[in-house]
Ligand binder design. Structure first.
Ligand code: IMP
Ligand code: MG
Length: 177
């Protein structure tokens, strides 16, 4: 296979600026006792920076994680979402902010939202770093807080991988194969 080419999409500085704006919006709209549930693995860098940007806005949410999988080493979603690890916190009666890297078809986030509502969360809002311009979007999933628009291409870096590679890139890049 030829070497993959990486085309820069959003720089480290652009990401940092946008996260501070997003944290301000989230702080203004979420209730003080909200729970942040980050979807692993792709959101771990975003969630780590977002929680610190939220702290700068005076927010101190509880943090938990769910592991959901739908890609299994490919650049196309398998279409089936598997819950590999549930959030450990009791979310009953609490406002939840689900944090993920990318809204693509929406299946992963629709699954997380349905699951957390079924566990008794009072509200479940969605925050994504990237909103992908895809024809595959299922219309029942919409993000409340969005970092950037993303072209309908496969992107890596800033926590996002292709086959377990590129997560440590400090910026977001399009993977051209
Ligand atoms: P969806 O279920 O189709 O919305 O896919 C969302 C999940 O797929 C995200 O949580 C990402 O982990 C992953 N994903 C979607 N597009 C990309 C991409 O371009 N690069 C890396 N991961 C992606
Ligand atoms: Mg993911």
């Amino acid at each position: 296979m030829p070497e993959a080419e990486l085309r820069p999409l959003y720089s480290t500085a652009e990401i940092a600026d946008r996260l501070h704006q997003m944290a301000g919006n989230i702080a203004g709209e979420m209730s003080p006792g909200f729970v942040m549930v980050a979807i692993l693995t792709g959101s771990f860098v975003f969630a780590a920076d977002l929680i610190r940007a939220l702290a700068a806005e005076g927010c101190d949410p509880a943090v938990d994680f769910m592991i959901l999988s739908s890609y299994a080493g490919s650049t196309r979603s398998s279409g089936t979402v598997t819950l590999l690890r549930d959030a450990a916190l009791d979310v009953r009666g609490r406002d939840v902010l689900v944090v993920d890297d990318i809204l693509d078809s929406g299946r992963t986030l629709a699954f997380a939202q349905d699951h957390l509502r079924a566990r008794g969360a009072s509200s479940v809002r969605i925050c994504v770093l990237l909103d992908k311009a895809t024809a595959a979007r299922e219309d029942h999933c919409h993000a409340d807080f969005v970092g950037f628009r993303c072209p309908d291409a496969f992107v890596v870096g800033y926590g996002m991988d292709h086959d377990h590679k590129f997560r440590g890139l400090p910026h977001i890049a399009v993977l051209c194969q």
